[in-house]
Write a protein that binds this ligand. Structure first.
Ligand code: FE
Length: 249
């Protein structure tokens, strides 16, 4: 399998390119609208055809590239069926394997950051979106987020994967790229093995995070599989403009 971890610097999002060497088919997990040109250049360089885009959840901090990529190269859109988005071509469901060529993706419903959030397991890797970040997790105060639900998703579902499973997060704000289930179990300061549900609820309740600055544009845009609003305040325009440097995570 061909594998690339790509980084989008405006929202610090990781996009993952998975390519099947036998069929040349590829999928992008969580592509960002501002990185379409860069991502397509990578797909082309590798001689791959983008068959699908696959989102982990309805993002609040960036706009998915799903719809624009469909328009540009005809890729199909896969997203959790839970969210009932009319613009998707394939609704992802728990334990219903999703195939791209010979790549077998196992969807795991991991709600708590959002109620429809999915993680995707692929052999020794798991793409955890915002359910589990390196030494952290996504916030639980918007989009039907819920701390006890997230605790359960991480502790019961993700932490039951083999310890050597590599954890590839949806974001990182400190240039970290990959962790493992064993590492997150032992040292995640919010969800590590010593942390009780009560402690986790208290930590999440006291985060005191600012109101997400792009959420009021991103969520409606992403409910339509990635539409940039026509009039953005100047300070938010960068969310819809193509990144210029070819940054790879
Ligand atoms: Fe998110």
């Amino acid at each position: 399998m061909i594998f690339k971890q790509l980084f989008e610097p405006v929202s610090s999002t990781y996009t993952y390119l998975l390519g099947c060497e036998q069929t040349g088919q590829a999928v992008l997990i969580d592509p960002v609208v501002s990185a379409i040109d860069r991502d397509l250049a990578v797909v082309n360089e590798l001689g791959l055809t983008l068959a699908y885009t696959l989102d982990t959840h309805i993002h609040a901090d960036h706009i998915t590239a799903a719809l624009e990529l469909k328009k540009k190269v005809g890729s199909k859109i896969a997203a959790p069926a839970f969210d009932r988005l009319p613009c998707t071509d394939h609704g992802i469901e728990e334990d219903r394997q999703f195939l791209i060529g010979s790549i077998e993706i196992q969807p795991l419903h991991t709600p708590g950051h959002t109620d429809g959030h999915f993680s995707y397991r692929l052999g020794e890797r798991v793409f955890t979106g915002d359910a589990l970040l390196i030494d952290g997790c996504g916030r639980t105060d918007f989009q039907n987020g819920d701390a006890p639900t997230l605790y359960k998703s991480v502790r019961e579902k993700l932490f039951s994967l083999p310890e050597d499973t590599l954890v590839y997060p949806g974001h990182d704000y400190q240039n970290r790229r990959v962790s493992s289930i064993a590492q997150e179990k032992s040292r995640n300061p919010r969800l590590g093995e010593q942390k009780t549900l009560e402690e986790f609820i208290e930590i999440m309740g006291k985060l005191n995070l600012p109101y997400p600055k792009f959420i009021d544009y991103a969520v409606p845009g992403n409910r339509r599989c990635g539409i940039c609003p026509s009039h953005l305040p100047e300070e938010l325009e960068k969310y819809c403009q193509q990144i210029t440097e070819s940054q790879q995570g």
